[in-house]
Write a protein that binds this ligand. Structure first.
Ligand SMILES: [Zn+2]
Length: 289
């Protein structure tokens, strides 16, 4: 385990306990989330080191390429995920107005870049999981291990996407400036992360599935994500809801009974209704320049 002394956003060494929660998916171990007293950034602390983290991903449910799960949640998730992929690309198209070179950082089994490729984009993927990379290769996609990022020098990307990936990265202080350096002048970075200020996060507290400790190392709000990217000389251009995440996260947070699923649907709906006025959805997509 490693202790984080200084806040990654503002460098302050003053932090306090924000919440205690446990790894509900794999180990049931307890973890602490601390909040920076200066800027409000919340992070898992202490956290497994990059060498210690792989066993915490030891779950069939976890990787997006394990399509063998037959639970109702998984089936619904798969249907909605395909719809979401289209929505995500449409959102990007609205901003870029042309197809260009797209890098999906943490591309999993390549579903997003596979669709983007079919829509005329030239795509690259980066993915740490070797099994997922093998799946991508079978699909004919160009996907590399994370080490590849440091070797990119000349190539500039029009769009770089991180779909629920930023919260998993040990070295954001290295990755974000590197991604910025390989972005075209008018390019955009697209980041989707859970929002701990959402109604469902507050409703479920330590049982909120999107804390997902210790796999999620950071727990963002719209304010802290803005501060983080400002630190690296970038700014948030616009923020967009991921409405299905409220239902999905509520389902994971509730448990397995039929009654729990019904409650989850109601709470997902309530979260989305509450989120409307302040753009405080369960998960948010940030377009960053
Ligand atoms: Zn801070």
């Amino acid at each position: 385990m490693e202790n984080i002394k200084n806040c990654m956003v503002c460098d302050s060494d003053q932090n306090e306990v924000y919440l205690k929660c446990s790894d509900y998916l794999v180990t049931k171990e307890d973890f602490i989330l601390t909040q920076c007293k200066n800027c409000g950034f919340v992070f898992t602390n202490p956290r497994p080191t990059i060498e210690e983290i792989p066993p915490y991903y030891n779950s069939k449910e976890y990787y997006s390429h394990s399509a063998d799960s037959k639970s109702i949640i998984s089936s619904i998730y798969n249907i909605v995920r395909n719809l979401n992929i289209k929505k995500k690309l449409n959102l990007i198209k609205k901003v870029t107005k042309k197809q260009g070179l797209l890098l999906d950082y943490g591309c999993g089994a390549g579903l997003f870049i596979k669709y983007a490729t079919s829509q005329g984009w030239v795509t690259r993927g980066i993915e740490p999981n070797s099994e997922a990379r093998a799946v991508c290769k079978e699909l004919g996609l160009t996907v590399e291990a994370p080490e590849f990022l440091t070797s990119i020098n000349e190539q500039k990307f029009d769009v770089i996407t991180l779909w629920h990936v930023l919260e998993h990265l040990h070295d954001i202080e290295v990755v974000i400036p590197k991604l910025k350096s390989i972005l075209n002048i008018d390019g955009i970075i697209v980041v989707a992360v859970p929002n701990i200020d959402s109604w469902d996060a507050k409703k479920y507290k330590e049982n909120w599935a999107a804390y997902d400790v210790p796999r999620h190392l950071y727990h963002f709000t719209p304010k802290t994500i803005e501060k983080l990217f400002t630190k690296f000389g970038m700014s948030i251009v616009s923020t967009h809801p991921m409405k299905f995440d409220a239902y999905y996260v509520s389902m994971l947070s509730e448990g397995n009974s039929v009654l729990a699923k019904i409650k989850a649907i109601i709470n997902g709906l309530r979260s989305n209704i509450h989120a409307k006025s302040e753009m405080n959805y369960s998960s948010l997509i940030y377009l960053i320049k």
